[in-house]
Design a protein around this ligand. Structure first.
Ligand code: ATP
Length: 452
């Protein structure tokens, strides 16, 4: 019997074949661990980011957005500790000269003997050395050290340095949050597993500022709410878990940290970290910049440096999780179908309009329906091949609805509406389509409320 389980290889192949994700610079042989989102992938990732933005920012009164620059003053990274501490331990193989992360050897393979992990082959590994993961470049035409800047390794610092700007301009007071999505760069020693670990990636980060003493309750709130977010958008509960960091894993400044983990085909891995970072970040910038980043509560006449709860997620890693989780194969062995069961609000294309025949006025009628739906949902039109094959093509990219236009349509303005998951078909009036589809593709609402 053919194996229907999802594998990373199946996801990579489907992504390339159907235009979700391509290897970067492929005509030049590709560039290690860099990927380009194709026409469907870009829609999927935008939908994931929009879902996060909606639930984190626009649906709430207490969180505002920010879009800080990638290049920041070099002192930011001194204050944050990235210049001195943002390192991973690295080992070299004396035989093959390969470089590996010393703390993730079990995830690496020997380039000469792929069935073995580094160090368990014939090669001897060097002592571990610390390797700074920040990409360094220089600003302006002079290449001296004074002009050195870094590509940001996280988006969070752009939020901390703008804390006072946001408080003053948006008149926010704790508890409140600042959210940001954007590119981050890390010169990972061993990137890999497709979109899971890359050197250029997008983060979705929230810094939620609270009065000291209220931090524990908000920390629990954000752990639960972020887990609920992945479930609400359709990720199977049994493939999700929250894992609390043990004392030895916890950063010295953090009071608590938990990872939302997903069971990828490569095993349980982090999707997102939620941390109680105390007042570490704001105090670090107070010390480095000499500026006052405390908050004065005009009602209680108290001045304090807020504590920060940080849910920090990866847009690409989440997109990969949604892709992997949606993947399914069903049907009898001789008529297997591949279907991506995306939550309809995340699906790149919501509805495909398919004329039964390429004649008799059916394509023209189908095009009218396409134009009617276009303002409401991402819609595609396909008239090539048998209707069965066209359905399968849409199943494989996760389109929740198929609309078939036939001769009956010309007589009574009804169409066949096919459901991707159940494959059920029913006859509906064209006039009902917008209503049915907009309801079905609406985003879910999260069960958790707006406060602890
Ligand atoms: P890891 O232990 O996997 O290196 P991390 O704990 O260093 O991750 P954070 O610094 O907490 O990661 O970053 C927050 C989120 O950003 C991660 O949960 C992940 O979703 C995403 N992320 C971090 N590094 C990468 C990367 N190299 N490629 C893709 N996404 C990443």
């Amino acid at each position: 019997m053919a194996d229907t389980a999802v594998t990373m290889e199946k996801i990579v192949n489907l992504s390339k074949r159907r235009g979700f994700v391509f290897p970067s610079s492929e005509i030049y042989g590709g560039l290690g661990s860099c990927w380009d989102y194709g026409p469907l992938g870009v829609e999927l990732k935008r939908n994931v980011k929009a879902a996060w933005w909606r639930d984190t920012v626009t649906s709430r009164p207490d969180i505002v957005g920010l879009d800080a620059s990638i290049l920041m003053h070099p002192d930011v990274w001194v204050a944050s500790g990235h210049v001195s501490n943002f390192t991973d331990p690295m080992v070299d193989c004396k035989l093959c000269k390969g470089r590996f992360r010393a703390d993730k050897l079990e995830d690496s393979v020997c380039p000469k003997k792929p069935s073995k992990q580094p160090g368990q082959c014939d090669g001897e590994l060097t002592e571990a050395r610390n390797f700074n993961l920040m990409f360094k470049t220089h600003m302006g035409p002079v290449e001296d050290s004074g002009a050195s800047v870094y590509l940001r390794p996280e988006t969070a610092q752009g939020i901390f340095v703008n804390f006072v700007n946001v408080v003053n301009s948006a008149r926010m007071k704790p508890p409140f949050g600042i959210a940001q999505q954007g590119k981050s760069f890390r010169n990972e020693i061993t990137p890999g597993n497709f979109l899971f670990r890359t050197r250029e990636f997008e983060q979705m980060e929230l810094e939620f500022f609270v009065k000291p003493g209220e931090d524990d309750a908000w920390y629990i709130y954000w752990r639960d709410r972020r887990l609920a977010w992945y479930k609400a958008y359709g990720i199977r509960a049994e493939r999700l878990r929250l894992r609390d960091h043990g004392g030895d894993e916890l950063a010295h400044y953090a009071k608590g940290c938990a990872d939302v983990e997903y069971e990828f085909p490569i095993g349980w891995q982090e999707l997102e970290g939620i941390a109680n970072r105390t007042d570490f970040d704001l105090k670090a910038h107070i010390n480095q910049s000499g500026k006052d980043l405390s908050f004065f509560d005009a009602d209680s006449k108290e001045r304090y440096v807020p504590y920060v709860i940080e849910p920090s997620a990866g847009a690409d890693r989440s997109t990969l999780a949604f892709l992997v989780d949606a993947y399914d194969e069903d049907g009898p062995e001789d008529d297997r179908r591949v279907v991506l069961r995306f939550h309809p609000s995340l699906a790149p294309i919501k509805v495909a309009v398919l004329p039964l025949m390429r004649k008799g006025g059916l394509p023209e009628k189908a095009q009218e329906i396409v134009e009617m739906l276009r303002p409401h949902a991402a819609v595609s039109y396909d008239q090539a091949g048998s209707i069965g094959r066209r359905y399968r093509r849409q199943d494989e990219i996760g389109t929740p609805f198929g609309i078939t236009v036939d001769y009956e349509t010309l007589e009574d303005d009804t169409v066949t509406l096919r459901d991707r998951d159940s494959m059920e078909q029913k006859r509906v009036a064209i006039s009902e389509l917008v209503d049915i589809i907009t309801k079905a593709i609406a985003p879910p609402s999260l069960a958790a409320g707006l406060a602890p």
